[in-house]
Structures are given as structure tokens and as C-alpha cells.
Design a protein around this ligand. Structure first.
Ligand code: ACM
Length: 546
């Protein structure tokens, strides 16, 4: 399963600015021909329930955003919504505590919203408080939720009900009309992740924050950061400073690389939390460790530091399973990372350990998993961890595909039957770095070509035959960056497929339908244009003319 050759070419993005000018040259709001509001069900991910009807609501210069008094979190979400809409509408949109019976856009915290199980699907309720109800009348848009996460997801739904030009940062013509009716929504799965490989190529804090904002559009709730690999170590560890200082000093192709200081990492965690995403840090072990082996001679069985590595082949590196230094390193790295990470998970990799014997691999995982637990975190590992003994409560991230052998798949199914959880990232569906077609300039193709329909048209609940449905914790869309060096390239690979994986993770199985999805997806194109998000205009989707 080792990745093949990689060619990096660069993409250019263009920013489009739309300006309406009077004879005097000042920008004014004008009534647009596009007056009919977007249908209430034209949302990605598809809501659990949509009941259109009644009068639409129009955001005007008099609209206010009302939030519950004495609740800083709801006030912050109200401010976030107003901040999104002020530049394009040109309205003041003041955020007012209280008066939630009054007209306007109202955020309401309500114990009874979201946990009703009325999504009729996985039957897990809404443990994360992510459900919401959005009700639109001529008087008000009301978003109710049990918790801030639900209010935030409801705001994302409201964004999609407004014209795409609402996302622009220059003043645009109205009207700003939202169709009448009620959306009742809650996620199918509690884990909906996206992975960014910052090890093969380094991405700055600002680039990661930009991606977090894009993940929030589609109600993702986990950002998995692949923080270490053969080519780079990307997180400062105080007790082992050469990991970042030396191991972070290059990347694929030999560029300067980079790493996050602990404050940088905290900033990513803070920004992710403001968008209701948990950061899942990954230190990939015992393979994919050349950057660490290059940084400290004593981590190598022969006591000789390896040279830094800037290629893309995999499977040649291994921590020294027999040495106590290895477990001192694991203890310190996991301890510091756990202390920096408020989320419940720590990912320990475990994939492609082709230079670690099976017994050594199992012995290593027997010692490492309890370290994660001792620091208060739950283990996530790539699905090869099923070949050892997954710790109680561990989640296995399945990245197999059509050519994955039956024995390997069966091992994962058995582990799931024995209680391991599953995160589904089948490489021929969910890997955002696979080429769309043979002509895609970026990406790899070892798992096949992954066009938009191929990426969307599968069911996480039934994907691993024989695994209990309750074992499925959710889905994740990984983006490996052997060929990716810029945000524009990253976005081109992620969009549109990122939206489809989000729908598989959020929406009830009964709503999954390519024919309806491609219509809803087409409506996202102008939003991405408005947001300056580079994307692949797949011929499988009838995009509106740009
Ligand atoms: C992987 O793609 N090696 C998890």
C-alpha cells in the first residue's frame, strides 16, 4: 500500500470581487434579480428533518441578533454570525442580550432541543449537544439548541440559506431572504473528522486556522493533525527540544519545514474550539519516525542518528522497541501533548510499521497505550493496531480499500466485535489526496481515482461487513500532503469531497442520495467562490455558471 510517485504542480487561485457602483462611484445595496430564497432543504450536510412553509424572513438594516442574557458563549456565537454578515450586507446587526421574543435573528438555549432522537438513525441521541432547531417566520429566525455547539451548527445552516454573496467581504446587493419553515437536525455520528498532514509539508498556524473555518462550514467536529512522520516533526516538545529543532527543519522535497511552538499549538486548539472542533494530535509510532530518529541518536537501536529524510517512500523507520530510551521518549512526548490538548483523544499512528517485527509491534503497543490512558486520553490508532491488542475504548481508524486483504479486514472486524470503536476513512473514498481523475495535477493514486461520486456514494454504517453498527464512531477525511504545499492546493483536493464526507458523518442514512446530493452540492460552488476557496469543478456536478 505504499504511495507511488508524486508530482507537485502549482495552482493559481483567483479572487473575484463584485462591486456595484452608482454614477457617483459609491457602493450601494441594490435589489438583485435573484430574489427567491434558497429552498430550506438545499443544505450540505442534509438536515435530519426539513419542514418548509410559511413566510420568509428578510434580514434588513433594522435586524438585530438576540442572544440569551448572561451567556458569554451564546453572545460569542451571535457576534460570530453578525461578524460574518456585516461586511456583505452592510448592516449593523447589533447583538443584544435578552428580548428573545422580539423580532430578529434569535439564538435560544433550550434543554429540550437536539436530544430527541428524531433523526431516526444511529439511535445514539445527541451526546455532544450538536443538535439544533432552526425556525423561520416573517417575524424571526430562531436557532434553538441545548448547547453552544448546536447553536453554532445552526448558524452554519443559516449561512447556507442566505445567498452565496453573503459570504463575500465587500458590500453586496440584497435582498437577504431566508425561506420559511423549520429545520430539525442532529448528527448521525459523534465523530466527524478531517486530518491534515502537516509533517510531509508544513502548514502555518494561519493556514490551519483557515482550514478549520472551512471544516466548520460542514459541521465537522474534529481536526486530526498528523504532527510527525519520517520527513518532519512539527510540535515543540520541551523535554526533547531537538525533535522540533532538528526534526522539524525540513520536509518533502527539502524545503525549510517548520514546527508549532507550544503556544502555536494552543492557538490552533483555541481557534478550533471556537469553531466547535476538537484537535486530535497524532504522533505516528513505531514506524514513520525518521524525524525523531534523526534528532536523537539514542532512539536508534544502533545508537547512530539517522540522516533527515525528504523523500516520500514509507516503511523504513522504526523506534527501537527494546530500549528504555524509547519509552522515556514516549512518556515525555505523550505527557506534554496530552497536557496541551483539552480533547479526549490522542492518536498514536501505528500504520505501515514495515520495519518493526510483529512481536515487537505488539509489545510496543502494550507499553504505549497505557501511557496514553495514564495521561487521561483515549487511544486512536490506524487500523493496524488491531494486529496488537487495542486498549479498552480505543478507536481504530480504518483506511483500507478494495485491495486490502480479507485477513486484515477481518482482524479489524474482530476487534470491533470485541469492543473497539471504528473511524472510517476508506482510502478509495475518504482520502482527499487521491486524484479525482488521471489528469488531476496533484495527489496520488495508489488507492485509485476518487471522483466526487465515488467519495460520497457509500455508507459508513455498513462499510465493514460484520462489524457491529454501534462500533462506528464516525468518519474522517484525511489529507496527506506529499504533493500539497499551499492552501489553494489543499482546498482544490478537499473541495468538493470534504462536503460529501461531512454529509456521510452528519446526515441520517435515509437522506443519502447521490441525485439529491449533487444538486445541493452544486449550490456550494458559488459559496466557495465567494469565500475564495479553490475547488475542483467536477463534471459529475451541474455547477451554476461562475
Ligand atoms: C496511511 O495512509 N498510511 C494511514
Amino acid at each position: 500500500m505504499s504511495p507511488g510517485c508524486r508530482n507537485v504542480r502549482r495552482l493559481a487561485t483567483t479572487g473575484l470581487a463584485l462591486l456595484l457602483l452608482t454614477a457617483a462611484g459609491t457602493a450601494v445595496p441594490a435589489r438583485s434579480a435573484e430574489a427567491a430564497p434558497a429552498p430550506l432543504d438545499r443544505i450540505v450536510p442534509a438536515p435530519a428533518s426539513v419542514r418548509p412553509g410559511g413566510e420568509p424572513y428578510e434580514i434588513t438594516s433594522r435586524t438585530v441578533v438576540r442572544v440569551p442574557p448572561g451567556n458569554p458563549e451564546a453572545a460569542r456565537i451571535g457576534g460570530y454570525l453578525a461578524g460574518l454578515l456585516r461586511p456583505s450586507t452592510g448592516y449593523r446587526l447589533p447583538v443584544l442580550p435578552g428580548g428573545t421574543d422580539g423580532p430578529g435573528i434569535r439564538l435560544v438555549l433550550d434543554e429540550d432541543t437536539g436530544d430527541t432522537g428524531d433523526t431516526g438513525d444511529a439511535g445514539k441521541g445527541d451526546e455532544g449537544g450538536e443538535g439544533y432547531r432552526l425556525s423561520v417566520t416573517a417575524h424571526a429566525v430562531t436557532i434553538s439548541a441545548r448547547e453552544g455547539a448546536g447553536l453554532f451548527h445552526g448558524v452554519q445552516t443559516l449561512r447556507q440559506l442566505l445567498p452565496a454573496r453573503a459570504e463575500r467581504t465587500e458590500r453586496q446587493p440584497g435582498p437577504w431572504t431566508v425561506a420559511g419553515g423549520v429545520v430539525t437536525d442532529a448528527p448521525r455520528y459523534g465523530y466527524r473528522g478531517a486530518m491534515l498532514d502537516v509533517a510531509r509539508h508544513f502548514f502555518t498556524v494561519d493556514q490551519v486556522k483557515r482550514y478549520i473555518d472551512q471544516l466548520a462550514l460542514y459541521k465537522y467536529n474534529a481536526l486530526h493533525l498528523h504532527l510527525s512522520d519520517d520527513q518532519g516533526w512539527r510540535i515543540a516538545v520541551r523535554s526533547w527540544p531537538r525533535l522540533a529543532g532538528h526534526g522539524g527543519s525540513t520536509q518533502v522535497g527539502g524545503g525549510a519545514g517548520g514546527f508549532y511552538s507550544q503556544d502555536d499549538y494552543r492557538e490552533i486548539v483555541r481557534h478550533a474550539a471556537s469553531r466547535y472542533l476538537t484537535v486530535v494530535p497524532e504522533i505516528d509510532m513505531p514506524g514513520h519516525t525518521n524525524a525523531a530518529l534523526a534528532s536523537y541518536a539514542r532512539l536508534n537501536c544502533d545508537g547512530v542518528a539517522r540522516p533527515l529524510y525528504t523523500g516520500t517512500e514509507v516503511g523504513f523507520s522504526s523506534l527501537c522497541v527494546a530500549k528504555q530510551d524509547t519509552y522515556d521518549f514516549v512518556e515525555d512526548v505523550i505527557g506534554e501533548l496530552a497536557a496541551l490538548t483539552p480533547g479526549p483523544y490522542l492518536h498514536i499512528g501505528g500504520d505501515e510499521a514495515h520495519s518493526t517485527g510483529h512481536a515487537d509491534y505488539a509489545a510496543f503497543m502494550e507499553r504505549v497505550q497505557p501511557v496514553v490512558a495514564r495521561h487521561g486520553k483515549t487511544v486512536i490508532g490506524w487500523h493496524q493496531l488491531a494486529g496488537a491488542r487495542p486498549a479498552p475504548g480505543a478507536l481504530l481508524q480504518y483506511w483500507g480499500y478494495g485491495r486490502t486483504g480479507a485477513a486484515e479486514r477481518d482482524q479489524v472486524v474482530s476487534a470491533a466485535r470485541a469492543g473497539a470503536g471504528l473511524i472510517l476513512s476508506p482510502a478509495d473514498r475518504a482520502y482527499l489526496d487521491m486524484k479525482y481523475t488521471k489528469d488531476t495535477p496533484l495527489g496520488l493514486q495508489w488507492a485509485g481515482l476518487v471522483e466526487v461520486r465515488q467519495s460520497y456514494d457509500w455508507d459508513p454504517g455498513g462499510y465493514l461487513e460484520g462489524a457491529p453498527a454501534e462500533a462506528v464512531a464516525g468518519v474522517e477525511a484525511p489529507l496527506w500532503t506529499e504533493t500539497i504545499t499551499t492552501s489553494a492546493q489543499l482546498e482544490y483536493m478537499a473541495f468538493p469531497r470534504l462536503a460529501g464526507i461531512a454529509e456521510l458523518g452528519w446526515s441520517p442514512r435515509a437522506t443519502h442520495d447521490w441525485a439529491s446530493y449533487r444538486v445541493r452540492l452544486a449550490a456550494q460552488g458559488p459559496r466557495w467562490d465567494a469565500l475564495g476557496i479553490a475547488h475542483y469543478r467536477s463534471p459529475q456536478v451541474a455547477w451554476p455558471a461562475p
